[in-house]
Ligand binder design. Structure first.
Ligand SMILES: O=C(O)CCC(=O)c1ccccc1C(=O)O
Ligand SMILES: [Mg+2]
Length: 339
């Protein structure tokens, strides 16, 4: 089977630049692609994060540019592991073709390619975690999100001085209702001593039943300190979730083999081939948290489908992040596709 292949690069600005321990991020660049046969169309998105060791946007673009306008399933399944975000984008487009892609294709005689953004409800079996801004802005933000129905929140740490963040943390955990859940994400930016202090602080909060529960600390140390994170996970009640350490399937398999049994954050958009991810999750029954890479609705739908299928421990997915990106006009995809 041969498919017509087309792609368009895009750029979207964050409403509020995202502060992490890596610095700030203000523009999301990615690629929307589509595969078509005579009657069906399948959409896919490539949204790499190079500081997570996936390909750069330039590498993804070069890959798309060197492909012929007609490709086969074989082309898709032979994308090298060095291009994990491309593997995700192309495989999801292929899957979309096979599952009612027709509905999303409005044939119009004048504009042979008139994509209609599939307006699908987000899978209802999932609960969503909302991202709080770093620093003290979190103290105001959580209430709005709570009113919107969120009960799980993630707060970025390792952005400001630890003494300052611990003070804000104390206020935040006192303010949040006891039935809320709070996750912390250090993006690998803590020293071993600071990670210990954060975990110890969280352990103490856990010991008090009337307080908010601390679900986990995400990636306390940098990727090269796996053994130390393993040690920390043995010594503390509070769970640790690996994120940057398991950015790709190969890393995921490797950390599992080396004995990691706490939580794995999976970002379907950059982890690699969805079919291989599915197999790994089914075989190893890991405790997984699925998370966004700030993709558009196209990548988001494909990622959420995987999350709904593979979230065995029913943890909230880190996809409550729409408010972070500039609102798109309803027909943004059509606009993107104009020549
Ligand atoms: O996981 C979430 O809750 C939201 C997504 C998120 O935090 C994120 C999004 C893009 C890149 C990195 C990260 C991260 O987890 O560090
Ligand atoms: Mg993270």
């Amino acid at each position: 089977m041969r498919y017509q292949f087309e792609f368009r690069p895009y750029q979207r600005r964050f409403i509020r630049p995202l502060a992490t321990s890596h610095g700030t991020w203000d523009i999301r660049e990615g690629i929307i692609l589509c595969l078509r046969d005579e009657t069906n169309i399948g959409w896919g998105e490539i949204a790499p994060i190079s500081w997570f060791d996936s390909e750069t946007i330039e590498q993804a673009l070069s890959f798309c540019r060197q492909l012929p306008t007609e490709i086969t399933e074989e082309t898709v399944f032979s994308i090298p592991d060095e291009l994990p975000a491309c593997q995700f984008g192309f495989e999801s487009a292929l899957r979309g073709l096979g599952s009612g892609g027709k509905k999303n294709y409005s044939p119009c005689p004048l504009v042979p390619l008139s994509p209609c953004l599939p307006v699908l409800p987000s899978p209802s079996s999932l609960t969503y975690s909302a991202l709080l801004p770093a620093g003290e802005a979190a103290l105001e933000q959580w209430q709005t999100l709570w009113e919107e129905g969120y009960r799980t929140f993630k707060w970025k740490i390792g952005v400001y001085a630890i003494a300052c963040e611990l003070k804000i943390f104390e206020l935040l955990t006192q303010a949040l209702p006891p039935d809320a859940k709070l996750r912390l994400d250090a993006n690998g930016g803590l020293s071993y001593e600071d990670a210990n202090l954060w975990l110890w602080t969280c352990d103490n909060i856990q010991a008090n039943q009337n307080r908010v529960s601390i679900e986990f600390i995400e990636q306390p140390l940098s990727v090269d300190q796996f053994q130390r994170m393993l040690e920390l996970s043995y010594f503390h009640q509070t769970k640790i979730a690996l994120d940057e350490s398991v950015a790709t399937l190969k890393q995921l398999e490797c950390c599992f083999k080396q004995g990691w049994r706490d939580i794995f954050v999976i970002k379907p958009g950059i982890v690699g081939s969805p079919s291989r991810l599915r197999q790994f999750c089914l075989d190893c029954k890991i405790d997984a948290v699925f998370s966004s890479v700030f993709e558009t609705e196209i990548g988001r739908q494909a990622a959420l489908k995987l999350a709904a299928e593979l979230s065995q421990h029913h943890r909230a997915v880190g996809f409550g992040v729409n408010h972070l990106l500039e609102q798109e006009k309803d027909n943004w995809l059509e606009n993107l596709w104009k020549f």
